[in-house]
Design a protein around this ligand. Structure first.
Ligand SMILES: *[C@@H]1O[C@H](CO)[C@@H](O)[C@H](O)[C@H]1NC(C)=O
Ligand SMILES: *[C@@H]1O[C@H](CO)[C@@H](O)[C@H](O)[C@H]1NC(C)=O
Ligand SMILES: *[C@@H]1O[C@H](CO)[C@@H](O)[C@H](O)[C@H]1NC(C)=O
Length: 222
């Protein structure tokens, strides 16, 4: 299950999965959109049951994507899917200005991986950072990074060959048609020192995810 973070290239991942499903004999399912906010306990339970019901009805392997933060299936007595997600350099100013069709401003990657508790939204909260890291270690074998798309797709293909076999070729097709947004290539950085202090934990989390991804990419045997 791809938990989408707005503005990080997750829609590109959805396109890649939709293209791959025919080749690799799985089915990709988009969960209905929510408001990107927190889900109440009841909403979480309904979503968990919806996913479980879809899995029961379908005879082939499935992938899902949804605009949801990490959702703890175990809390509802269900076996959780394997999660994946995509992040982006928090010091790239464009992510904080991002206003797509849902006009949602980015809240940072920590709150996304931390989950459905209001404490997860507090800035510079060490508890939220540690919870986010623990959830990544437990539930997200690979977290891709928009700024390292090829390494990310290779890591996904190594970890989930059934689903991601050929992903890099499809990515290259998109790229050669120049349908990819320039955001992948144009490098911008926040220079304001006080803003950098506010983002200190987001930067720490991003660096941690980056070394985890690149370690995996270059050390495929561990
Ligand atoms: C998920 O739910 C299980 C079972 O209730 C609980 O033990 C675990 O701490 C929860 N994890 C998170 C990250 O909420
Ligand atoms: C956030 O925490 C870091 C170190 O943990 C600190 O340097 C920074 O000033 C804090 N920022 C805010 C806005 O509290
Ligand atoms: C990356 O690999 C180095 C050396 O193997 C290790 O010390 C470090 O903890 C790894 N980092 C992560 C985030 O897994």
């Amino acid at each position: 299950m791809l938990t989408r973070i707005p503005g990080t290239g997750a829609e590109l991942m959805v396109l890649i999965l939709q293209r791959l499903q025919g080749y690799n004999a799985f089915k990709h399912i988009r969960l209905p959109t929510s408001d990107y906010g927190f889900l109440s306990a009841l909403q979480q339970e309904l979503l968990v049951e919806e996913v479980i019901n879809i899995i029961r009805q379908e005879a082939i392997p499935l992938t899902f994507d949804g605009d949801v933060k990490f959702l703890n299936f175990s809390a509802f007595g269900r076996q959780g899917p394997t999660f994946i997600s995509l992040v982006r350099d928090p010091l790239d100013p464009r992510i904080w200005q991002w206003k797509g069709k849902e006009s949602m401003l980015y809240h940072g990657a920590i709150s996304h991986f931390c989950g459905q508790e209001p404490r997860c939204m507090e800035r510079n909260n060490t508890w939220a950072l540690e919870r986010a890291k623990a959830n990544v270690i437990r539930w997200y074998p690979v977290v891709g990074i928009l700024d390292y798309m090829e390494e990310s797709l290779n890591a996904f293909a190594t970890e989930f060959p059934y689903f991601f076999n050929g992903a890099i070729n499809i990515y290259n097709q998109f790229r050669s048609k120049e349908t990819l947004p320039t955001l992948v290539t144009l490098k911008l950085r926040i220079k304001d020192a006080s803003l950098r202090r506010v983002l200190a934990q987001e930067v720490e989390f991003y660096q941690w995810l980056k070394s985890r991804l690149l370690n995996k990419t270059f050390n495929n045997d561990d």
